[in-house]
Design a protein around this ligand. Structure first.
Ligand SMILES: NC(=O)c1ccc[n+]([C@@H]2O[C@H](COP(=O)([O-])OP(=O)(O)OC[C@H]3O[C@@H](n4cnc5c(N)ncnc54)[C@H](OP(=O)(O)O)[C@@H]3O)[C@@H](O)[C@H]2O)c1
Length: 323
């Protein structure tokens, strides 16, 4: 697996990372049984052996159960901690179980950030997070409060580096203005089937420019040395769940299949190679829970799509010719 250096840090990461959102129920809700722990350890070890050393979490995944299940495996794999980058997120609060019907909300307050990280560390059974991301923009954010929380976490050795997820250019600029630490990552939805980050640039100066949420975002991250991570890198909702009601996705899938056949890999590896081909150096965060699927997907690292192939895929997935 080829590596990226995470900007502003001394951390190296495989070009592909592993997201843990789907670990439960695949590895059950408690993770205490020996067989579940063994299976999860096998997934983690397969990932590390393949060069996938970054593991993406969030405090809200299965209301903390994902971090807890992973923590049981970490207990069994203590020797591997230094070979892993563990990233988690905070800032989304879900309604308490007894409060169904009440809304969840966003919370970037100083106290919540500190509380959330302490709980994540405890569940994950680790001493520190390599990276903490703010999960989704909090419209009530006070950047000074976030800065105070980051300072406390950093100086206590609980978090090494910080980033965001799902933020636009203005939100990142506002936050960065108040932080002593650089934002090193923005984790965004990006795939062949959700290509706004690059489509934004293709449509400049055209009437159908229609990507206000991502306008200039990829270039901002490149200019400021911020690693972009791609969540849902397979575009799961439209393309792989059996919902094939869209002609444009069918055309892209056929193209993926033919490029995959020519290379003797599966179509998902080609869809991931499409992300890796972008010179920004984007890191797909895989959502697989299956070691064999993980290895199939990692074949993407060795695929080098030509400019023409990359463009053909984008055109097919968007259902729009290039300008
Ligand atoms: N920041 C955010 O707001 C945000 C939002 C959503 C997700 N995320 C992160 O992004 C990660 C990935 O998201 P995602 O789960 O939507 O990703 P995804 O990789 O696009 O989709 C995962 C799904 O694809 C299936 N799959 C993957 N490879 C396969 C293969 N080779 N063959 C057959 N099926 C395959 C998986 O099933 P199997 O398990 O059976 O392989 C799973 O159902 C999450 O785990 C999370 O860490 C972040």
């Amino acid at each position: 697996m080829n590596y990226y250096k995470i900007p502003h840090t001394d951390l190296g990461t495989g070009r592909i990372g592993l997201g843990c959102m789907n670990l439960t129920p695949a590895y059950n809700e408690t993770g205490t049984s020996a067989s579940v722990r063994r299976r999860l350890c096998q997934l983690i070890e397969t990932a590390i052996d393949a060069g996938v050393n970054l593991f993406d979490h969030a405090d809200v995944y299965a209301a903390g159960a994902v971090e807890a299940v992973f923590g049981h495996a970490m207990h069994d794999l203590k020797g591997l901690r230094e070979r892993m980058l563990i990233q988690s997120k905070c800032g989304i609060r879900i309604a308490e179980p007894e409060g169904w019907g009440r809304m969840g909300f966003f919370d970037f307050s100083h106290d919540h950030i500190l509380h959330s990280v302490d709980a994540s560390l405890q569940r994950l059974q680790v001493e520190y997070l390599d990276i903490l991301l703010l999960h989704r923009p909090d419209p009530l954010m006070q950047p000074e409060e976030v800065a105070r929380a980051f300072d406390t976490l950093h100086s206590a050795g609980k978090v090494r580096h910080f980033g965001v997820s799902n933020q636009n250019v203005g939100q990142m600029q506002l936050l960065q203005k108040h932080l002593d630490q650089p934002l090193v990552i923005n984790q965004l939805e990006f795939s062949l089937f959700h290509s706004d980050l690059v489509s934004d640039g293709v449509e400049v100066n055209r009437q159908q420019a229609a990507y206000p949420n991502t306008s200039g975002l990829l270039d901002y991250c490149r200019l400021n040395n911020i690693l972009v991570q791609a969540w849902s890198p397979l575009g799961q909702p439209a393309s792989y769940s059996g919902n094939r009601d869209s002609n444009r996705n069918r055309a892209a899938e056929e193209l993926l299949d033919s490029m995959a056949r020519a290379r003797n890999v599966n179509r998902r590896a080609v869809a991931l190679a499409w992300i890796l081909r972008h010179p920004a150096g984007i890191q797909p965060i895989l959502g697989t829970t299956n070691p064999a699927h993980l290895l199939d997907n990692c074949a993407a690292d060795a695929i080098d799509l030509s400019r023409e192939e990359w463009t053909q895929l984008l055109v097919a997935a968007r259902g729009l010719p290039m300008p």
